[in-house]
Each structure stands twice: as C-alpha cells, then as structure tokens.
Design a protein. Structure first.
Length: 277
C-alpha cells in the first residue's frame, strides 16, 4: 500500500510544537493571576493571532489539563483535526505568570484547518506568559502572537450510533495520516442502534453486525458489493476491510471525531457529519 502521509514534514514538526504550547491553561474558571496545578479542566480555543492575522478556532479545538506533580501537568487536546499531548511546568519566582511547555506527541494529518494549526504552532512554543482576562477567559502570549482561550464548554461529543462517520485518517504504529486525496470522503459508515453497521468502504458498499461492549466495538463478517476497486480507493477499501475484521476495536469520541483502534495499533479517525451535511 503506498504511503498515505500528505502533511509536509516541516508542518508536522510545527504541529508537534503547537501540541506542547496548548498545554498552558485549563478551564476551571477560578480567579487568580498565577497558573498552577489547581487550575485543571478544559479550555476551548477561541482565537489565535500571529503575523498580523487573526484565526478563529475550529469548533472542536480544545485542550484539557490534569496535574502530574506539585508544579507540573499533562495536557491533551484536539486542534479541531489533529490531536496532541504535552507536558507543562509552572514557573516560580517570577513577577509574571508564565508556563513552559515540552512537546509531546501529535498526529500529522492534512486538514482543512491547516492555516489555523500552523499559526497556533508558531505562537505556542517556549515560555508563555499567561494573562487572565476574567474568570472564564485567558490569553497566552509569546513573542510570536497570542492565543485566546475560554472555559465555555467544548463542542459536545457526537453519539457513536446513528451518526454518519466519514473516514478522514488512517493510523499505523502510533502515526496518523490523512486519507489519500483521490479517496477523500468516499469511505462512510453508520453504526445503527440495532447492532448493525453499513456504508461504503471507499468503493464497495458493505453491511455487517456490530456489537458495542463498553469502550469496544466488534464488527462481524462484512457483506459487500462486488465491484473491482483499484488505485487509492482500492487501497483504502482493503485497509478498512482488514481493520473491521481484526477483532474488537477500541473506540473514542472527542467532539465530532471518532477514533477506532485495534490491539496492534492500527486504526482510523472519522468525522461526524454536521446537521448541514
């Protein structure tokens, strides 16, 4: 199967730095001027300003912070497309509130929000000053620009069932890559409330039983149409057929993004259709 990585290496590296940067605040909504382990929770990313331009955060862009020590924390989140982790340390002995971030892991899919993610990455690296605007708003500032955060609730998670999911990325060995451009939007599936799944594998349509047991879902044998599939659509179809038939898959939903992962680390990401779609 040909490589499916479409994000330039330079942008992927920048996104990794951004992953670290987003770890600088949380959504507890408590007042005060210094960040610290007590400020935990979830923040929505409202705006990013860099190079004289301002970008509005995608609806699903958020981060969550959990303490790991007296002055350290772990950040996890989603840019609206790519996910990330990062380590956070809180500065002591400074007249200003500040944090230092250390890059963790991030996915590297090509996304519709590339400009936003790139700007986010440019701003959020190294030492970041934290300004609390109000009980539910923070501004993170670096020499490259600013990031505005709000503790308003993030986009609610889409339901696993009765949602149309479009496959957007493929996961292998801990690395996520976008679906090839020629096959984008062609693999779509729905998991029904009656223990059934159906949709398209990228070329042929399929149906199968689907059993959900807590955080795991198991697909039964696939029944498909019989069209000959070549090129990127065929490659995608073979990948998905193997994944769905590999046994129990762990599922996780963050906002409008579903992740299915097999025991060997192989998996997919999919986007929930909006009401307009």
């Amino acid at each position: 199967m040909p490589t499916l990585r479409h994000l330039p290496a330079t942008l992927a590296a920048v996104l990794a730095l951004a992953a670290a940067g987003t770890a600088c605040a949380d959504g507890s909504g408590t007042s005060g001027t210094r960040p610290g382990p007590g400020l935990t929770g979830s923040w929505s990313v409202e705006r990013v300003s860099a190079d004289g331009r301002t970008f509005t955060g995608p609806p699903a862009a958020h981060l969550a912070i959990e303490p790991t020590g007296p002055r350290t924390a772990e950040a996890k989140g989603n840019y609206g497309c790519n996910g990330f982790t990062a380590a956070v340390s809180y500065e002591t002995g400074s007249a200003r509130s500040a944090v230092t971030v250390t890059p963790g892991s991030s996915t590297a899919m090509a996304c519709e929000h590339t400009e936003f993610e790139t700007a986010f990455a440019k701003v959020l690296q190294g030492r970041l000053e934290v300004r609390r605007e109000s009980a539910d708003r923070l501004v993170l500032a670096s020499p490259g620009g600013t990031v505005e955060l709000t503790s308003q609730p993030p986009v609610p998670d889409a339901p696993l069932t009765v949602t149309e999911w479009t496959v957007t990325g493929l996961i292998s060995g801990g690395t996520a890559a976008s679906v090839p451009a020629q096959a984008a939007g062609k693999a779509v599936f729905t998991i029904g409330p009656d223990a059934g799944a159906s949709g398209s594998l990228g070329c042929n349509r399929f149906s199968a039983k689907a059993e959900v047991d807590g955080p795991r879902i198991t697909f039964g044998a696939l029944t498909t149409t019989r069209m000959a599939c070549t090129g990127p659509e065929g490659d995608l179809e073979r990948w998905l057929t193997e994944l769905f038939g590999s046994g129990p898959l762990t599922w996780r939903i963050e906002a409008r993004t579903l992740t299915l992962t097999a025991a060997d680390g192989k998996g997919l990401t999919a986007r929930a259709a909006s009401a307009a779609e």
